[in-house]
Design a binder for this molecule. Structure first.
Ligand code: SF4
Length: 174
C-alpha cells in the first residue's frame, strides 16, 4: 500500500494527515467571501467561482470521494507581520502541492486537489479562454465552501501551530 503521508513529506509538506471525507461540510458564507474578490481571482480563474460551479456542484463533486489527506506547510515569522514568510510559506505549499498532485494522480487520476487561493499552475490563468491544463488545475478549499480551520479541527490537525507561525493548508480527496 502506498505510503502517501511519507510521500507528502518528501514533496515538501511539513504536516500530512488523513482526512475524514464524511466530516467535510460546505458553508455558504465561506463561498460568499470569494465574491468579495479580495484575492482578485473571482470571475478571473477557471478554478474559482463562478467558473468552478455552484456550491452544490462542488459539494456533489467532493461527495464522490471516500478518502483524503490534509496537507500543510508551516512557516516561522520573524516579526508580527512578516510578508516575506507568508510568501515563502505560500510558495512552499504551491510547490509541494504540485509535486504531490503529480504523484498521486499517477495512481488516482481523478483525485480532487484543493489548495489555498486560486489555481497557480499558470502564471496567469487563461480564463475566459480554455484552461491550458485541465488535468492539473486546482481549486481552493474556500472555493468549495470549506472553512479551513474547521476542516482541521474536525480532523484533529492543528490550524494554528503556535506564536510566530503561519500555516497554509490544502487537501486532496481520492
Ligand atoms: S491550469 Fe492555468 S488556465 Fe487552467 S485554471 Fe489553472 S491557471 Fe487557469
Amino acid at each position: 500500500m502506498t505510503d502517501w503521508l511519507s510521500i507528502a513529506k518528501e514533496c515538501g509538506f511539513d504536516e500530512a494527515a488523513p482526512l475524514d471525507v464524511s466530516k467535510l461540510q460546505t458553508e455558504a458564507w465561506v463561498r460568499d467571501t470569494c465574491a468579495e474578490d479580495k484575492c482578485h481571482a473571482y470571475d478571473h480563474n477557471w478554478t474559482c467561482p463562478p467558473a468552478c460551479g455552484t456550491l452544490e456542484e462542488c459539494e456533489a463533486r467532493m461527495r464522490q470521494y471516500e478518502n483524503g489527506f490534509i496537507l500543510q506547510t508551516v512557516g516561522k515569522l520573524e516579526k508580527a507581520i512578516d510578508v516575506k514568510a507568508y510568501a515563502e510559506t505560500g510558495q512552499r505549499l504551491k510547490d509541494a502541492l504540485l509535486a504531490f498532485s503529480e504523484r498521486i494522480r499517477e495512481e488516482y487520476p481523478d483525485c480532487l486537489v484543493l489548495g489555498a487561493g486560486a489555481c497557480l499552475v499558470c502564471a496567469e490563468c487563461a480564463y475566459p479562454e480554455p484552461c491550458r491544463f485541465p488535468d492539473k488545475a486546482m481549486s481552493s478549499m474556500e472555493a468549495y465552501g470549506l472553512f479551513v480551520s474547521r476542516v482541521c479541527k474536525d480532523n484533529d490537525v492543528p490550524y494554528y501551530h503556535g506564536p510566530g507561525t503561519i500555516a497554509y493548508t490544502a487537501c486532496v480527496l481520492y
